[in-house]
Design a protein around this ligand. Structure first.
Ligand SMILES: C[S@@+](CC[C@H](N)C(=O)[O-])C[C@H]1O[C@@H](n2cnc3c(N)ncnc32)[C@H](O)[C@@H]1O
Length: 199
C-alpha cells in the first residue's frame, strides 16, 4: 500500500481519536489566520482540512470569509461537513484537486503536506486554483535536523501515511519553483513553521 492509501485508511479509522478530534496544532491557527486576514482573503480553501479545525477557527475570527475544504479521507470530509454545514467540503487528492482554475484568493495547508508523496504537484495545483495575487500558506512540522531525520526515517515503519517532512528553506524553494513570489517564512513554535507567498 502506498503512503496516500495509508493516509486515507488511517484517517478514515482515526478521524475522531486523539489529535484528530480537535485539530492538530491549534495554537498555530491564530498566526496563520492573521496572515490570511492581513492579505485580505475573501474566498478561502484549506487543503487536507481534516475535521475542519482550522476552518472552524477562521470562521469564528473572520465570518465574512467564504470557506472551503478538501480532504482525501471521506470520514474527515463527513465530519467537516457536520461541523460546518455552510462550508463547501470536497473529497479529493491534494495532488490532483477536483477544483476549477482560479477559484480562490487564499489556499492553506495545515500539518498535511508531509503526507503527500509529490508535494510539488500539490503546490502546482494550489497555484492553478488561485487567482492572481492570491495567497498560499503552508504550515508544517519543523525541529532540529536530527529529529527531522529520525522522523523521516521512521515514517516507512508507520501506518499513518506520513511521507516526508521538509525544512522551511526547502519549502520556500518548492514554492518558488511552483511559481509563487514574495515568499516569507518563520517558525511559529519550536516544532512548527509557516511559509507563505503570493501568486
Ligand atoms: C495530520 S492531519 C491534519 C488535519 C488538519 N489539517 C489539522 O490541522 O488538524 C492530515 C490530514 O491530511 C489528509 N490527507 C493526507 N493525504 C492527503 C491527500 N493526498 N490529499 C488530501 N488530503 C490528504 C488526511 O486525511 C488528514 O485529514
Amino acid at each position: 500500500m502506498d503512503d496516500k492509501a495509508k493516509s486515507r485508511q488511517y484517517f478514515n479509522h482515526h478521524s475522531s481519536t486523539g489529535l484528530n478530534k480537535n485539530g492538530y496544532w491549534n495554537h498555530d491557527y491564530k498566526a496563520t489566520a492573521k496572515i490570511l486576514q492581513d492579505h485580505g482573503v475573501t474566498n478561502h480553501i484549506d487543503i487536507g482540512c481534516g475535521n475542519a479545525a482550522f476552518l472552524s477557527y477562521l470562521h469564528t475570527v473572520a465570518p465574512e470569509i467564504a470557506i472551503h475544504g478538501l480532504d482525501y479521507s471521506l470520514e474527515m470530509v463527513r465530519r467537516s461537513r457536520e461541523r460546518l454545514p455552510n462550508a463547501e467540503i470536497v473529497e479529493g487528492d491534494a495532488e490532483n484537486m477536483p477544483l476549477p482554475d482560479r477559484s480562490f484568493d487564499g489556499v492553506s495547508c495545515h500539518m498535511s503536506i508531509h503526507h503527500y508523496p509529490h508535494p510539488e504537484k500539490t503546490l502546482s495545483e494550489m497555484n492553478r486554483i488561485l487567482v492572481k495575487d492570491g495567497i498560499v500558506l503552508i504550515n508544517d512540522l519543523t525541529g532540529p535536523d536530527w529529529l527531522i531525520c529520525l522522523l523521516n526515517w521512521s515514517f516507512k515503519y508507520m501506518n499513518t501515511g506520513d511521507h516526508e517532512v521538509y525544512s522551511r528553506k526547502e519549502m520556500e524553494i518548492m514554492l518558488r519553483s511552483a511559481g509563487f513570489r514574495d515568499i516569507r517564512s518563520r517558525n511559529l513554535t519550536p516544532f512548527s513553521y509557516v511559509c507563505f507567498g503570493v501568486k
